[in-house]
Design a binder for this molecule. Structure first.
Ligand SMILES: [Zn+2]
Length: 220
């Protein structure tokens, strides 16, 4: 679906292959690459708090719509590795191999994510649907230890932006008009929740994606 700039009306509809439904519990394996300049000893604690915040964002949204439970919950498994334990963080196969070396079977996860805040390399985020992969690089050119605020930014990029591409948000970001940054109307989310079926369109306190009688379908 393509939304008008204000995110209110649908101006175009398309079908695309979506491998991951934007509902339920989503198991995520996170490989965090440790660079001494940016990723300090307390980084994992900050990161776990930031992940908690993402689930709380989904809980707050559900509560605001009168739902009994969040539409989406992330079940995260984190491992921290040194750069020499991974061949190439940009390669999903390398990320999976590094996880396997830590005894984790990447096939048990719906998303395999790498957080690669390399102080010597600026890079954005990238999702590859066929690889179930999310890469988040050093998009803010950080060169000093990341604190709680920065880890929250990174989590927001990873879960509210990059994972949204696995739910069908096109890489062109043209569903929502606003290019990737989102708009205050649906903050803290980055893409409009209505696009994932998270809104209650029928006043039943049930999100559309979980509705047994989806809006627009003729029930006989
Ligand atoms: Zn994107």
């Amino acid at each position: 679906m393509y939304m008008s700039r204000d995110g209110v009306s649908v101006i175009r509809k398309d079908r695309s292959q979506v491998l991951l439904a934007p509902a339920g519990t989503i198991r995520v394996l996170v490989v965090l690459v440790r660079y001494p300049e940016t990723v300090t000893a307390d980084a994992l604690g900050f990161w776990e708090d930031a992940q908690k915040q993402i689930n709380e964002d989904h809980m707050a949204f559900a509560k605001s719509r009168g739902y009994k439970a969040p539409v989406v919950t992330f079940d995260n498994t984190n491992i921290v590795i040194d750069p020499d334990q991974i061949d190439n963080p940009h390669s999903p196969a390398s990320v999976r191999m590094a996880a396997e070396h830590h005894g984790l079977t990447s096939a048990n996860y719906q998303i395999v994510m790498v957080i690669d805040i390399n102080p010597r390399e600026s890079a954005g985020g990238l999702s590859i649907n066929s690889e179930k992969s999310v890469y988040v690089g050093n998009y803010s050119h950080w060169k000093t230890p990341l604190g709680a605020r920065e880890w929250k930014m990174i989590a927001r990029t990873a879960y509210h932006h990059e994972v949204a591409h696995h739910w069908g948000w096109p890489a062109t970001h043209d569903w929502a008009g606003a290019c990737g940054g989102g708009s205050p109307e649906y903050a803290p989310f980055i893409a409009p929740p209505i696009l994932f079926g998270w809104e209650d369109l029928q006043g039943k306190q049930v999100p559309e994606i979980l509705s047994e009688t989806p809006y627009g379908r003729v029930v006989q």
